[in-house]
Design a protein around this ligand. Structure first.
Ligand SMILES: [Fe+2]
Ligand SMILES: [Fe+2]
Length: 166
């Protein structure tokens, strides 16, 4: 199994986008299905943003300084997703704002993934050797094991508080 950082992150993206499509296909009245799919999104996004925030982004910032602005913008986009995820996590699918909020989350994360994959990951691939990308990937595999799975878990809350205060 490869641990190339970009391959790992793109695999995560694929899974996230699949859940987004399933949500969009679910009927208006399919509250149980939509609730389950949002729970899955929350878990996937909480883990994914954690490993990017903790490993990928700081390493890219350090090793590819010309991508500093892209990384900073991406941190902010994660923060917007965190806010929506935190709200959705305590919301019932029957709430009139539930589908609207999930839709805004989907739109903003799709845009974010698109920017990562087409704007700055290719530059990371060009700037770093395969060995370094594998090291970063291995560190992400390790980080994934202790990653929070719900926004209410302490390590996820700390992330949110850091983002708000700093
Ligand atoms: Fe990201
Ligand atoms: Fe990502």
């Amino acid at each position: 199994m490869t641990t190339d950082a970009i391959v790992l992150l793109k695999d995560d993206h694929k899974e996230i986008l699949r859940v987004f499509r399933d949500f969009e296909k679910a009927g208006d009245g399919a509250l149980k299905t939509k609730g389950r799919l949002v729970d899955r999104m929350i878990e996937l996004l909480t883990v994914h943003t954690y490993i990017e925030n903790e490993v990928m982004y700081p390493r890219v910032r350090e090793l590819v300084p010309e991508l500093e602005d892209d990384v900073l913008e991406s941190y902010e986009e994660h923060h917007v997703a965190d806010v929506l995820v935190t709200e959705l996590a305590v919301m019932d699918p029957s709430d009139e704002r539930f589908t609207a909020k999930a839709t805004v989350l989907i739109e903003s994360v799709r845009h974010h993934i698109e920017e990562e994959e087409s704007e700055w990951f290719p530059q990371v691939r060009e700037s770093l050797s395969r060995t370094v990308l594998r090291e970063i990937g291995a560190a992400m595999v390790e980080a994934r094991e202790k990653a929070p799975r719900r926004p209410s878990q302490p390590s996820a809350l700390k992330k949110t508080i850091d983002a708000v205060i700093s």
